[in-house]
Design a protein around this ligand. Structure first.
Ligand code: SF4
Ligand code: SF4
Length: 184
């Protein structure tokens, strides 16, 4: 092969390569310059589970029913809880999940009777130990006493309203029974 042929082949290959680069530059990028650019996550994206904060309660609504613990195929949820004095609602006092075991199957979310579990949109979490336990109650703990107090007041008000309704109904019934019969 002559010297000239070698140079011509090299130039052709360079032009072809530059053409491919130019074409790709006009296309929409399929990768991100992470971590400078954050990804947009789809609705269906699944990540670690967390407790939902309900607007009306200003906290989560885990009633420690243990349904999620029973259904979890990875045995990675630990919950404690029960009745709290003065309120009707049961409350969880411990909610830990070992995410090293969680397969994000979503069964716990599906079974929860109060809809208080959801997937987070986290995508850059990593565990560095064999156990990777999250305390899901941690973000709520500081507000728990306040919630219980509010719940006590609201339960007491509800009970008083029910008692008042019952008393009014009994009074109305008694008044009807006392009414004298009128001859036609
Ligand atoms: S998503 Fe599945 S594996 Fe993970 S905690 Fe819930 S039930 Fe268990
Ligand atoms: S199923 Fe829902 S309410 Fe029951 S313990 Fe699990 S998170 Fe709490």
């Amino acid at each position: 092969m002559s010297y000239f042929t070698t140079i011509a082949g090299g130039l052709k290959s360079l032009v072809t390569g530059l053409g491919i680069t130019a074409r790709q530059m006009r296309r929409k990028p399929v990768t991100l310059t992470y971590p400078h650019v954050k990804p947009e996550l789809s609705e269906a994206y699944r990540s670690l589970i967390s407790l939902v904060q309900f607007e009306e309660l200003e906290t989560h609504d885990c009633i420690a029913c243990m349904q999620c613990v029973k259904i979890c195929p990875s045995f990675c949820i630990e919950i404690d809880g029960g009745r709290v004095e003065g309120i009707k609602r049961m409350r969880a006092s411990k909610f830990e999940v070992d995410f090293a075991l969680c397969s994000m199957c979503g069964l716990c979310i599906d079974v929860c009777p109060t809809d208080t579990l959801e997937y987070t949109k986290l995508y850059d979490e990593a565990g560095y130990e064999r156990e990777w336990v999250y305390d899901l109650l941690d973000p709520f703990r500081d507000f728990e006493d306040e919630f219980v107090e509010r719940q006590r007041v609201s339960d007491a008000r509800e009970a008083a309203e029910k008692a008042a309704k019952r008393a009014a109904a009994a009074e109305a019934k008694a008044a009807t029974e006392k009414e004298p019969e009128v001859d036609p």
